[in-house]
Design a protein around this ligand. Structure first.
Ligand SMILES: *[C@@H]1O[C@H](CO)[C@@H](O)[C@H](O)[C@H]1NC(C)=O
Ligand SMILES: *[C@@H]1O[C@H](CO)[C@@H](O)[C@H](O)[C@H]1NC(C)=O
Ligand SMILES: *[C@@H]1O[C@H](CO)[C@@H](O)[C@H](O)[C@H]1NC(C)=O
Ligand SMILES: *[C@@H]1O[C@H](CO)[C@@H](O)[C@H](O)[C@H]1NC(C)=O
Ligand SMILES: *[C@@H]1O[C@H](CO)[C@@H](O)[C@H](O)[C@H]1NC(C)=O
Ligand SMILES: [Ca+2]
Length: 527
């Protein structure tokens, strides 16, 4: 009987957990069928799936072996850290092991023997998976908690980082921030990043060992002190912008900036009592599956959602192939109590026979044509099923029809091409003399100047004559006394008066100087 009671107590919270089934087989007036619900995996101990990295290199103690002492026993420095001896080593993995009762195992840093250079260490936890925190992050320090540290998070597997919480024994001094407590936050500030002094003051290294990131206290703002009113929390998570993301991480980083000082200033004569030692990092959360899965499994080194609702991807973040007749959407906690599955729909199932390849989520019936057609095709598509590319775009041959990148802009050169359309391989239609896929090059014997023009002169067939030089294939620069497109014409022959009237036109020194001037000044030639 006692056993049964215990079992019941244990089972009740599980049975009552919301959103724990994705579908159920129900009998309705139309016969039995599946009914679908928003669903999420159970919370897990995330430290079991984490990869850890400690920076900088050489920050872990024991290589070379080193002695250290404690704040309680500052002059008895007989403890040793030795990386080569398993009994005396303190590698990072000891932050995630399960400990026998009473026996703490911990990662430990080198001591602050380089004081006054700061003693800095980063502990980076990576999951390669989006995690939604469901309980406090609890970091346990042996030998005292840091007097300054910072918690950072990433939402994109470590590409970008954001501050999550600041910790200091004096927030103003360390971060120029006023000290605040999560308990004092309100509904509008529940996702504020703050600095707290609660976990950094010296209280004896045995008494106060933990540093927390308070998830529960933030949840309690909506769900009440015992988290009884979870409905209100779920409603807020759905409606308050950024609130869900605030509790979502792919990576966490503890930046340890100053070790415990034992409640006084740094004592230079005994730097062997200053170091970091972390025995446990507890992270409780669930896989983020966008409310499309109630299971999350560890496969090939990463957590993965077991997606339902015809979704797929590590976070169930897209529709399965052939289930893209409308755009993917996350499930919703609302309406209570079962939420909305927002399942992906098979082609042909959602709107009669209208497939839009995921480029539209609206169809419309056109009465006089008796067809159903997709409305407002996105991603530069068009057509009844959004199956064509808009004018000015062409089909990306390496993308499926339901890919967002299915249509590529033609990008035709405005001057070199006839119009901004292109053929199926992206080739534009060129004006005379232009060439290249985008018509931004000229054919041989053409030059580019706001379009392609045939060469006037060149070094092969259209040679400038009588000592003239070819300027950028556009014109011959003729010596004085000659003219014509190729300087082929003597001014005397063309115009007797010109010849007779101009003194020295036949090659006096003044004419030579003028000719040289002409060669040096293309601007003058352009006239
Ligand atoms: C810790 O990480 C931060 C970035 O989050 C970086 O700027 C800093 O240099 C790192 N510190 C160490 C000691 O590696
Ligand atoms: C991260 O997860 C993805 C998807 O499961 C996987 O393809 C990739 O190899 C993983 N990367 C690492 C570094 O583990
Ligand atoms: C997903 O597709 C299958 C057919 O492969 C269908 O039986 C099932 O009902 C679909 N599920 C949802 C949630 O639409
Ligand atoms: C074509 O589609 C593939 C697959 O989605 C994509 O990786 C690629 O960037 C697309 N090409 C262009 C030019 O957009
Ligand atoms: C597109 O135009 C280019 C150049 O005219 C040509 O080589 C190519 O075969 C054309 N592609 C198609 C599919 O017509
Ligand atoms: Ca441990």
């Amino acid at each position: 009987m006692l056993y049964l009671a215990a079992l019941l107590v244990h089972c009740v919270p599980l049975a009552m957990a919301q959103y724990d089934i994705c579908k159920s087989w129900v009998t309705t007036d139309d016969g039995p069928s599946w009914e679908f619900y928003a669903c999420q995996p159970k919370a897990m101990r995330m430290k079991d799936y984490v990869t850890v990295r400690v920076d900088p290199a050489g920050i872990t103690c024991g290589d070379p072996p080193e002695r250290f002492c404690t704040h309680e026993n500052p002059y008895l420095c007989s403890d040793e850290c030795d990386a080569s001896n398993p009994d005396l080593a303190h590698p990072p993995k000891l932050m995630f092991d399960s400990e026998d009762e009473g026996l703490a195992t911990y990662w430990q840093s080198v001591t602050w023997r380089r004081y006054p250079e700061p003693l800095l260490a980063n502990i980076t936890l990576s999951w390669n998976k989006s995690i939604e925190l469901t309980d406090d992050i609890v970091i346990t320090f042996e030998y005292g908690r840091p007097t300054i540290m910072m918690l950072e998070k990433s939402l994109d597997n470590g590409r970008t980082w954001h501050p999550y919480q600041y910790y200091a024994d004096d927030c103003m001094e360390a971060f120029s921030m006023p000290a605040r407590r999560v308990r004092d936050l309100s509904t509008t500030s529940a996702n504020r990043v703050l600095c707290t002094e609660e976990y950094s003051r010296w209280a004896g290294s045995k008494k106060e060992k933990t540093v927390r990131f308070e998830v529960r206290d933030r949840f309690a703002i909506f769900a009440g002190p015992d988290l009884k009113n979870m409905d209100n929390l779920y409603t807020r998570l759905e409606s308050a912008k950024g609130l869900k993301d605030f509790f979502t991480v792919t990576d966490l980083r503890m930046r340890l900036l100053r070790p415990a000082l034992g409640g006084t200033y740094v004592q230079r004569e005994n730097l062997y009592k200053y170091f970091y030692a972390v025995s446990n990092i507890e992270v409780t959360g669930r896989c983020k599956c966008n409310l499309h899965a109630n299971l999350c499994t560890f496969k090939e080194g990463s957590l993965q959602c077991e997606c339902e609702h015809n979704t797929t991807g590590q976070d169930c973040g897209k529709c399965k192939k052939n289930f893209r007749s409308r755009s993917w959407r996350a499930g919703s906690y609302l309406p209570l109590p079962n939420g909305s599955p927002n399942a992906c729909a098979a082609a042909g199932s959602a709107f009669g026979n209208c497939e839009c390849y995921g480029h539209s989520n609206r169809c419309s019936y056109i009465d006089f044509l008796n067809v159903v057609t997709c409305v407002s095709c996105k991603h530069n598509t068009r057509g009844q099923h959004c199956q064509h590319c808009r004018l000015g775009f062409y089909r990306n041959s390496s993308a499926e029809l339901d890919d967002e990148n299915v249509c590529i802009e033609c990008n035709c050169n405005q001057i070199g091409s006839m119009h901004d359309r292109c053929n199926e391989t992206g080739y534009c239609e060129c004006r005379e003399g232009a060439t290249g896929p985008k018509c931004d090059d000229c054919l041989p014997n053409y030059y580019w100047r706001q379009g392609c023009f045939p060469n006037v002169c060149d070094d092969e067939l259209l040679l400038c004559q009588n000592g003239g030089t070819c300027y950028q294939n556009q014109r011959c620069i003729c010596p004085v006394g000659f003219k014509g497109v190729l300087c082929q014409q003597s001014r005397c022959e063309a115009d007797k008066q010109d010849c007779d009237g101009a003194p020295g036109a036949r090659g006096g020194p003044a004419a030579l100087a003028l000719a040289m001037l002409a060669l040096q000044l293309p601007g003058w030639v352009d006239l």
